[in-house]
Design a binder for this molecule. Structure first.
Ligand SMILES: Cc1cc2nc3c(=O)[nH]c(=O)nc-3n(C[C@H](O)[C@H](O)[C@H](O)COP(=O)(O)OP(=O)(O)OC[C@H]3O[C@@H](n4cnc5c(N)ncnc54)[C@H](O)[C@@H]3O)c2cc1C
Length: 443
């Protein structure tokens, strides 16, 4: 009598995706971009054609479709197996784990923690680093992970303590003579070493000259995505970082995600995020890593540091508490003198719209906006500026905005705390005169 052989285990068929006639809304090829095996082509009218032979039944197109226009179908043979499996399990057929999805989830789960790169020059930290610790704290809380600082330089341990005061719980420190001055090669080597060793989930850097250079080089090296100049950061329920930034010339706000690679990297311009509260004496853990690179391996040598704006009498509008900005409504460069007078009374500086800069009325370092500087003063006075979105993204987070424009429908009034509809050549001198009068009576 032959032995009873165990019945071979039936494998659940995965099926293939197909379009349900008449349901596609031509959303913009989301199904095509989600397909991991490129088996979807789009017709001229924006509908998908699935190459069935290539489909692996991953269901990604079905899950992403906003109109539920895709479905799975099974051959008669596959349907028979499904029915048998359902009968064996009393009705319910267990989902086969999606191998690709599980491997990806496992890989992503290895990365934990929110890191903020603490930018410094000759030991002086860039304020944007602390602003990033502020927004990073919220992200770390949402993810249930630690907020960490990444400090690189020579004799910079004091910056770790400063980072604790601004909310970091831990600081990864590379402290060696080769890191004294920022040089891309050395910093990239150092950062990539730490990333490989400690695997952070998110890395934030300032969108400064240094941050932009370093972030791009690191993202390329570790093979992940980078979103530059973010204006908003949050996490979704799958731990993906939702990185919002202006796109298409600032006409739309795009939310970008990097859902298949880690770490998720973003840069944020100075003054975009608010400064967090400083807690003197806050403690944290310093992880001093001995990793270093040899001086010979770094081709760039820093001979001398020449500071530009501060040494040459230039104006840094990003640090000003009061900004009086002029636009095309100023009509000529000479007319900016009335804005300077008002700015002087307020101990502030004069800014400009791009139109005023393009016209040669003001230098480029005064430009506020998407391709200029982001400012967050206590008071921003916009004179003869219409309020194009590209200008607004650079100043709308000011504590108070006062707009002076003779066109009552100018978009600048939508972000203004106080709006004055009138001729700026009358209004601005009148405000200056009033301030002088008030100062005199108080003296
Ligand atoms: C990719 C891209 C990036 C850009 N980046 C920037 C940027 O960084 N910063 C920026 O500013 N722009 C930027 N722009 C340009 C932007 O789109 C606008 O063209 C620009 O901001 C308009 O400048 P403005 O408001 O001075 O001029 P206008 O739009 O011409 O507005 C002039 C205003 O002055 C008012 N006015 C005229 N005379 C008087 C008066 N006597 N009294 C009171 N009001 C008066 C008018 O009513 C009008 O509202 C960018 C554009 C693009 C495409």
């Amino acid at each position: 009598m032959s032995e009873l052989q165990p019945k071979p285990k039936l494998k659940k068929p995965r099926g293939r995706a197909r379009l349900i006639d008449g349901k596609c809304i031509a959303c913009g090829a989301r199904c095509q971009s989600s397909c991991p095996v490129n088996c979807i082509e789009m017709t001229d009218s924006g509908e998908p054609i699935v190459e069935t032979a290539k489909c692996i039944g991953c269901q990604k197109c079905i899950k992403i479709c906003p109109a539920a226009a895709m479905e799975m179908f099974f051959t008669a043979e596959e349907q028979k197996i499904l029915d048998e499996l359902a009968a064996e399990s009393g009705g319910a057929v267990e989902e086969e784990p999606d191998e690709e999805g599980t491997a990806l989830a496992r890989k992503l789960a290895e990365y934990k923690g929110v890191w903020v790169f603490v930018e410094q020059t000759e030991g002086e930290p860039a304020k944007v680093s602390w602003e990033l610790l502020g927004v990073g704290a919220g992200l770390a809380r949402s993810l249930g992970v630690e907020l960490c600082a990444l400090v690189i330089g020579e004799n910079v341990e004091h910056l770790c303590r400063e980072a604790f005061a601004y909310g970091a719980a831990k600081a990864y420190l590379l402290d060696a003579p080769v890191y004294t001055h920022y040089r891309t090669e050395a910093y990239v080597e150092g950062c990539c070493h730490l990333i490989e060793k400690y695997k952070p989930e998110i890395i934030l850097m300032g969108a400064t000259g240094m941050g932009r250079d370093l972030a791009g080089a690191i993202a390329t090296r570790v093979g992940t995505g980078l979103t530059a100049d973010c204006t908003g950061l949050a996490v979704d329920d799958k731990r993906n970082l939702m990185q919002t930034r202006p796109a298409f010339g600032g006409n739309i706000m795009a939310t970008i995600m990097c859902d298949k690679y880690r770490p998720q990297m973003s840069t944020v311009r100075p003054n975009v995020m608010p400064m967090p509260e400083r807690k003197e004496g806050a403690e944290g853990t310093v992880i001093r890593d001995p990793f270093t690179v040899t001086e010979e391996s770094v081709l760039t040598k820093v001979i001398e540091i020449i500071r530009d704006s501060h040494n040459k009498g230039g104006v840094d509008i990003t640090g000003a508490e009061f900004i009086v900005s002029g636009g095309r409504g100023m009509m000529s460069p000479e007319n900016f003198a009335i804005l300077q007078e008002l700015a002087d009374e307020l101990d502030g500086v004069v800014g400009a719209s791009r139109s005023a800069v393009d016209a040669g009325w003001m230098p480029g370092d005064r430009q506020v906006g998407q391709t200029g500087k982001t400012v967050r003063p206590k008071i921003y006075i916009a004179c003869g500026i219409s309020g194009a979105i590209q200008h607004l993204v650079g100043m709308q987070d000011s504590d108070m905005v006062i707009a002076i424009n003779r066109d009552s429908s100018a978009p600048i009034f939508e972000v203004a705390t106080y709006g004055i509809v009138g001729d700026l050549f009358q209004v601005v001198p009148a405000i200056t005169a009033k301030i002088r009068e008030l100062k005199k009576t108080r003296a």
